[in-house]
Structures are given as structure tokens and as C-alpha cells.
Ligand binder design. Sequence first.
Ligand code: GLC
Length: 498
Amino acid sequence: MGRVAVALAVGVAVVACAVAGVAVGRRVRSKKKWNRVVGVLRELEEACETPVGRLKQVVDAMAVEMHAGLASEGGSKLKMLLTFVDQLPTGSEIGTYYALDLGGTNFRVLRVQLGGRRSSILSQDVELQPVPQHLMTNSSEDLLDFISSTLKEFVEKEQNDSETSIRTRELGFTFSFPVKQLSIRSGILIKWTKGFAIEDMVGREVVECLEAALNKKGLNMRVAVLVNDTVGTLALGHYHDCDTVAAVIIGTGTNACYLERADAIIKCQGLLTTSGCMVVNMEWGNFWSSHLPRTSYDIDLDVESPNPNDQGFEKMISGMYLGDIVRRVILRMAQESDIFGPVSSRLSTPFILQTPLMSAMHEDDSPDLNEVARILTETLELPEVSLKVRKLVVRVCDVVTRRAARLAAAGIVGILKKIGRDGSGGIAGTRSRSDIKMKRTVVAIEGGLYTSYTVFREYLHEALNEILGEEVAQHVSLKVTEDGSGIGAALLAATYSS
Ligand code: GLC
């Protein structure tokens, strides 16, 4: 071999080694990046763990806080608001009633015709309008004008039924925010939740505001009851099944109410009720306990939210927030490595990944996870990522959703414990499980997370069984009440106007 040839061969070998070296280096670096991302996932999994022991601590904390909230005003982060609902619909209600349902993504107007025989709803009409984003933060005047205009159009569409056009129409108003009720048909807005922030309405009497707006439109309607969506749901649940003792909403926000003995409501001793019971609106979205598995993502979300230090339980469970927790985890992964390409501005935008999109990714059963790929590119403007990365995203959704569903289950058992329906013999747990005869117990439930997100629902049921044990759990059923928040308000309008 001539000198030139030798030099050439050496040169080629050097270049080949260099290329191989670069490739190995790249592989090592990309392995390191991947490990960092997996590290983020592992950390998340650990921080979100909800073994049954921890869930039972949450159950106990919920029951203890319920007692504290009932004992005195401000005694707990759980407000335990009185609703003045001391009778639930029985099925004998008769006539045509209306309801307005405001409190989340959509606003509904309803008309319900009741037959007067056991639980017969002869007809129901519902009109749904998404609440325009700007009305959630503008003035109360704009929001009330939107409500009354929608109602006016709805009423005008009625066939010229002489009966309904002559008499004053009785209305149930479902207003799903924390309200300090003054009576069955009046109450003061304590604060906004779920992204609403109309400052000029806080501290005002809600029905007075609404009736003024209805009058302006020339509507001949009277608000017979003011209720929370949980209370409407309980009313419809009870109408169909009198073993219904509590109601839970897991939608944009989350909350629960239940039937309490009036003598247990210490902060209102001497309260007059016709039945000796009253429905209590827990406002459990604001529940807090050191046993809740909180992550750095929850802390950041809370700090950057319009209501920091508020609604802690809700921010771990409800539809308004789950998608954003997932977005924050993906953002962190993108910052730790380049597996999602450069961080897009969309990925840094709060609330861009809404929970329905997150659940669509979670429930994507296509072999290539095409839906995950589509949402990542269209909504978060990320480049096409490998199947391995898509699977990682699904795993993040799973961890966040599982924690939410299991915490909601613990909340439900907390209520059952407070009313002695968890098979443990009450707070003190003095009797053994086998001594206790479990009564059939129904919890009415509503909200998109439970009704439309199968994995969420399954995780919730699994956790209920784990906490209660199969034997007790078989006496407890969750029953979906469709449009219960609104129909229930119409039913209560019937109960309280006759
Ligand atoms: C929020 C509201 C509460 C409502 C719940 C579900 O938590 O504060 O009143 O019941 O959302 O809509």
C-alpha cells in the first residue's frame, strides 16, 4: 500500500470512529434525557399515591371537618351551609314549574310538568346555552341580562297555553356557588368559584338581583327556591328513590350535600324544621387536610389561580383543573428534555388543555395513539412525537385522574361515615362491622367527570369498594340523575310553592 493509500485509510478510520463516537454520545445523551423524563413521571406517581390507608385518613378528616363546620361558623374550611331545604320532593308534586341552572360551563333553562302521581314527570324541556367566557368576569348586569334574555326567549317559545301565560310562573333557581342562605328563597353570594369573578355581585342577595333583571324584561315570574346544584340533584334523586341521602357533583367544580339531623347542626340550635332534618351544602371543594397527596404542580396551579388558597380539594378533583395539572407535568417534562421539541407557547398557556381533551387522550384505544398525537399537535402545538412519548402522556393522564377519582370516593365515604352509613358504627367506630345492619344507601351523582369519563368512574367505584369493603359497599349505590341540578330545582319550587 502506498503512503497515500495508508493515509487515506487512517483518515477514513478516524472519521468513522468520530461518527460512531458522536452517535454513541447522542444515544447516551438521549438516554439521559429519557431517564430525566421518567424521573419526572416517577416523582409524580409517588406524590399522587393514594393507598387505601391514606384514603381512610382522608375519610376521617372529612368526617371530622364536617362536625367542625356544623359546630360553628368558620369552624372549618368546610362551610357546611344551611339550605333551608327541610322537605324533599316525594312524587306527589303537581303542575308546571321552571328552573334556571347557572354554575358551570353551561346555562340551562327548564320547564317541567309534574303529574302528581309517584315520581311522574310528564314532560320536560331544556334549553342549554354555553356561558360566554367574558360574562364570567364582566359585571353582574351583563350576566343577569344574559340569564333573563335567555329565559324570556324560552318562555316566548311556549305554545300559547292560556294556563301558563295567565298565572305567575314559579321558578327554581340553581345557583352553584357558595351562598349563605337567609331563607329557602334568598341568600348572599359569599364568593365565586370555577373561574367566575364578578366582583360587584359578591355580598349581594342573589334572588333580589335576579328578580330585578327579570322585571326589567317584563317577565311575570317568581323565584320560589334558591338552591345549589348539589341540592337540586339530591331533590331529583329523592323524588325517584327515597333512600337517597346525599348528592355529589363532579363536573367543572365539585361539591356535595346531604340530609342532616337538625339537632346535629349546632351552629343553628333551635332551628325550626318541619321534618327534623335539613339539607346541608358542604361546599366540599374547599376541604383541606394534610393527608391529601399534594404535588408541586398543585401548588403552582393554586398560586397562579384567581383564587389562591381556596378550593384545594376541588383543584385536585374537578374538570376545571385536571387538564391543567396534566399540562403542567408535560411542560416540566419538555423543560427537562427535548422529547417534546422546543417548549411551545401553547404548552405554557394555563387552561389550554381542557379536561375533555385530556380524557380523550387517556381513553385513546387506537394502537398508535392517534388521538394523543392529534391533541398534542393541534392543542399544544407540539411536533409529532414517538409512540413511546405518547404512552408517557397517557400515563400522566392516568395518574392525575386516578388520584382525583379516589379522593372523590374518600369524600363520599366521609359523608357516609358522618351519617353512620359506612358500616363502621360512626365516628368513634365503637361497634364491630358484623354488628351493624347496613341500610340501603343511595347517593345521587352528576357531572361530566363521572357520567362521561369511564376510567374516572371506574377508579371511583374501585376506591369505594376498597375503602368500604365489598360487604358494606354492596349496600351503597351511586345513581346518576340526569339534569338533576335543574329539574330538582323545579321539583323544589313545586314543594315549596304549594
Ligand atoms: C363549586 C361551587 C359549588 C358547586 C360546585 C359544583 O365548588 O362552589 O357551589 O356546587 O362547584 O358545581
